[in-house]
Design a protein around this ligand. Structure first.
Ligand code: ZN
Length: 435
């Protein structure tokens, strides 16, 4: 069992005692068995499995474009492919996209997502139904040509209607789609709304050199410096990507306490470049991990993301000690919870936190052998050998959401049929707009 409580120890074997929605004891099996509160408890035998806190996806977009926009550079891909699909999107299609993304996430052991998407009332309903933690961030944009995105007014509606729902599992944040899609006025309005609702702010930045050039040309500052100028950075802000940040911008991120969502698969697939993870970490920047969307990854599997994050760090630094499996496990669990401002509630298996727990099968050939004691190799397995398909059980707030590899309360067949139909409708609508 991996408490991920900052000590980098595994309890082998370990046990976690849950009462209602809360973890009340964690320790070696014998010790937890002897706890008087364990008398009469229902036992879930996780022998032969790794037990971990649920994973946090700090940057995700619901969507239905998987596999359809390949081998394009980021800005070309956005202009020719992603933005036309945004024009064709309806609230119903958007809700089904969230149903697909959140169910896929849960099955892969992700208990908490930060989703930047549109028409998010439907996303809120889906999250409530499925039972996972969801931080909903609308894509707000106000520059000419981006009128089909969300506005600060629709972001306000989402905050008023859905923030804090489902016992706090569903939260709304303020979203800025992109520095180049938003006026300074919109950014300042977003920052004010964060204060008003005591919530967080999320955006993408510094994904490509093009953005940095454009920011310097239009504003006379690099993107992170411009965000600071617009009052958008602070401990409640999270910026995805941060690939092309210089030393001054890393200092700004660290000084303001801004979190970063590292998205290695997306950054590699769109040929954006490697984020300076070692420098960000050395500067004390809070780092979580994100899958980005289905169209730029193309899975939402954070086990893949941990592996690629490690390999990317190794190959860019030429340092085999970089990308340590424990760093990756922390980035996907406790550090991710900290980035999302959820660390008082979840992110590690410690008494007093909510019971967001997953089990991962270790009996596959790809995770053989499993060794104990001084040869313990399961941390490495989880990062380099396991995948989301190995996740067997998921609990959030102590409620079972995945049991023996199948979602509880929704069927994979239903999700798949709905997503297939919604995607076909979306592509037909987009083709009609083109003609
Ligand atoms: Zn993104």
């Amino acid at each position: 069992m991996f408490p991920l409580d900052g000590t980098r120890r595994a309890l082998d074997p370990g046990s976690v005692l849950v009462e209602g929605s809360e973890i009340v004891a964690v320790g070696p099996v014998d010790a937890v068995d002897a706890d008087p509160r364990a008398a009469g408890a229902e036992v879930h035998d996780a022998s032969g499995r790794a037990v971990l806190p649920g994973l946090h996806n700090c940057h995700l977009h619901s969507g239905l474009l998987r596999g359809t926009a390949e081998s394009k550079a980021l800005w070309e891909w956005l202009r020719d492919y992603v933005d036309p699909a945004h024009r064709a999107l309806t609230p119903e299609i958007a809700e089904t996209a969230s149903l697909l993304a959140y169910t896929e996430s849960l099955l892969a052991g992700t208990t908490s997502v930060m989703d930047m998407w549109r028409h998010m009332g439907g996303s809120a309903r889906v999250a409530e139904r499925l039972g996972l933690r969801a931080t909903l961030v609308p894509y707000v944009a106000d520059m000419p040509g981006y009128d089909y995105f969300e506005t600060l007014a629709t972001n306000r509606e989402l905050l008023e209607e859905h923030h804090g729902r489902a016992d706090g599992r569903v939260r709304a944040w303020v979203g800025i789609e992109h520095l180049l899609y938003c006026s300074e006025e919109a950014c300042r309005g977003a920052a004010a709304m964060v204060e008003e609702f005591d919530t967080g702010l999320h955006t993408h930045s510094s994904e490509t050199t093009y953005e940095v050039e454009q920011s310097l040309e239009r504003f006379g500052r690099r993107p992170i410096a411009e965000f600071e100028h617009r009052g958008m950075l602070g401990p409640r802000s999270v910026v995805a990507h941060c690939v092309w940040v210089d030393d001054d911008e890393i200092e700004i991120l660290a000084r303001t306490g801004t979190g970063v969502a590292h998205c290695p698969c997306s950054n590699m697939k769109l040929a954006s470049g490697p984020a300076p993870v070692a420098a960000l970490r050395a500067a004390g920047v809070r780092l979580g991990i994100g899958s980005d969307g289905e169209k730029e990854n193309n899975t939402l599997d954070l086990f893949d993301e941990m592996k690629f994050a490690s390999l990317l760090e190794k190959v860019t630094t030429l340092d085999a000690t970089a990308g340590d499996p424990w760093d990756m496990l922390e980035m996907a669990t406790s550090d991710g919870a900290r980035v999302l401002g959820l660390d008082a509630v979840t992110g590690s298996l410690v008494p007093g936190k909510r019971a967001d727990v997953i089990t991962v099968a270790l009996d596959g050939l790809h995770t053989t052998p499993v060794l104990h004691g001084r040869d313990f190799n399961v941390a490495a397995h989880l990062v380099f050998s396991s995948s989301g398909h190995d996740v067997r059980d998921v609990w959030v707030d102590g409620r079972p959401l995945v049991a023996d590899g199948a979602p509880v309360g929704v069927s994979v067949a239903e999700v798949r049929a709905k997503a297939q139909a919604a995607a076909e409708e979306l592509f037909e609508r987009r083709a009609a707009l083109d003609s």
